[in-house]
Design a protein around this ligand. Structure first.
Ligand code: CUA
Length: 173
């Protein structure tokens, strides 16, 4: 079989491109611990308000005995519940988010919190909020707390653009 020189050349170039892409995936996986979510937790979205974890009076911010902060959130058309969320900077924060209706997103600028919220699943995000980063994106109050916007970044219906809220980030203590 005769292979034209330009075809050989492009085969080589594409081989290099594939190697660079695979290499960068492996590099970020090992050097930066960038992994796809490892465990899958499911939930019955149609009965979300009846579950122990996502019933209305269980939502919000809880400080756990080890000092980490748990945020239980519901993303729904068109908002986030609860409305008032206060989280400390510099401490481990775990977000657990679910939706009772359609696909939503959760994005907090200045943090690595950016996830899809898929019906039937619980989205879990671990983060440590960097005060110096969020201060660039939020509104600084006199007491040092920063109000940062929270967006839905997945198109979820006609009012997708109005689906947002705010979190208050407290300075490191
Ligand atoms: Cu929810 Cu867009």
């Amino acid at each position: 079989m005769q292979v034209a020189p330009f075809e050989k050349r492009w085969t080589g170039i594409i081989g290099i491109m594939v190697a660079v892409m695979l290499g960068s995936i492996l590099y970020t996986a090992f050097a930066y611990h960038a992994h796809p979510p490892g465990d899958v937790e499911t939930v019955d979205s149609t009965r979300l308000h009846l579950t122990e974890e996502f019933r209305e009076d269980n939502l919000g911010v809880t400080t756990r005995p080890d000092g980490s902060v748990l945020v239980t959130l519901v993303a729904h058309r068109y908002g986030f519940t609860p409305k008032h969320i206060e989280i400390p900077a510099g401490k481990p924060v775990i977000f657990r988010v679910a939706t009772p209706d359609v696909l939503h997103g959760l994005h907090i600028p200045g943090t690595n919190i950016n996830t899809m919220v898929v019906p039937g699943y619980i989205s879990v995000v671990n983060a440590v909020i960097n005060y110096d980063e969020v201060v660039k994106y939020g509104e600084l109050a006199d007491n040092g707390s920063v109000t940062v916007p929270v967006f839905c970044n997945e198109f979820c219906g006609l009012n997708h653009h109005s689906m947002w809220t705010e979190v208050i980030i407290l300075p490191d203590s």
